[in-house]
Unconditional design. Structure first.
Length: 327
């Protein structure tokens, strides 16, 4: 782990000077401060704030960075993680990056600075490449959840391609061919479109590439989905995530269209609304995710130099009452 002594040696100053630069910079000359900050950046040094956080017992804290606060997936994983018997005394510090790479990097620095026991995060689409070096240099056990961005960091990934395969296959078996996949446009692929295509190919059917619609987080979900429904060309939809599922349901209501009777829907994520209005949904094994994440992190703590793990878990389909058989 990089220490203040390492920074002092590189900058050619005393350890106390390094300490003052990060605790009381007004006491240090601009020249000395510049040298220390330059050395710290080159060494990927993060100042130790453990002493300031002693009362919080933050060294026994698990850090989590959530990329989307509107997606209940992450909080369900954290809830199950905290319920594990081995984690009953661990505190959880949650931060929200909201798919903002600068915020994510700042959150990582804050957690490393606080000397948390470990960090679990979902890399944003444009994650700063420095994160990998930062975590490894400071020997912080970290786990990439849901997406893999960094090869040197452990990852636990959901097989989204399998999830959309299950949803699309269910719709095809009920006679649907004009199926719209509503997904997100990300630089880290989820492979949901691969699962969609596989189900069509397996059934000996051709799929229309135009039916795979990907949104950025800033796009007008409502306008696009409203117009798709208004044209009444498609018989089924697979919306991804809480926001898209809610938007689809809102558009259906505004057009006076009924789920199953007019349009079949399988939600990708078993959000609260899906349960409430009886939508079939692709869900995730949250207890298994939490226990697997815990095993990976504990293994990294015990064997810090071991080869990075890449583990995949499969989602499953919950059949309710939102798919019409049109054969």
């Amino acid at each position: 782990m990089i220490t203040s002594k390492d920074v002092a040696n590189k900058a050619g100053v005393s350890v106390s000077t390094v300490s003052r630069v990060f605790s009381n910079p007004k006491m240090i000359s601009e020249k000395a401060r510049t040298k220390v900050l330059k050395a710290a950046e080159e060494l990927h040094y993060i100042p130790n704030t453990t002493a300031r956080n002693l009362k919080m017992n933050i060294s026994n804290t698990f850090g989590v960075i959530v990329s989307d606060s509107e997606n209940p997936f992450y909080l369900k994983v954290v809830r199950e993680f905290n319920r594990l018997p081995s984690n009953k005394d661990i505190k959880t510090l949650i931060m929200f990056s909201e798919e903002d790479s600068e915020k994510e990097y700042s959150d990582i620095i804050s957690l490393v600075s606080s000397k948390v026991q470990s960090i679990m995060f979902t890399p944003t689409s444009e994650s700063n490449e420095k994160i990998e070096t930062l975590l490894i240099s400071n020997q912080i056990p970290a786990l990439q959840l849901y997406r893999k961005k960094f090869n040197a960091i452990d990852s636990l990934i959901m097989d989204d391609g399998y999830g959309t395969y299950l949803a699309t296959k269910e719709l095809i078996q009920n006679g649907h061919k004009n199926i719209v996949l509503l997904d997100y446009k990300l630089s880290i692929p989820t492979h949901r479109d691969d699962g969609y295509k596989k189900a069509f190919q397996e059934a000996g059917l051709e799929y229309d590439q135009k039916n795979i619609i990907k949104f950025s987080f800033e796009d007008d979900f409502y306008g696009v989905i409203y117009n798709l429904l208004k044209n009444k060309k498609h018989t089924a939809y697979i919306p991804t995530g809480d926001k898209m599922i809610h938007t689809l349901c809102r558009c259906l209501g505004d057009l006076d269209l009924k789920i199953k009777e007019d349009v079949s829907v399988i939600a990708y994520d078993d959000v609260t609304m899906a349960k409430y209005i009886n939508l079939s949904a692709v869900s995730h094994p949250f207890q298994e995710i939490a226990s697997t994440a815990n095993k990976i992190i504990q293994n990294r703590i015990e064997y810090p130099d071991s080869k990075p793990q890449e583990v995949y878990l499969k989602p499953f389909l919950i059949k309710r009452d939102s798919v019409k058989n049109i054969k």
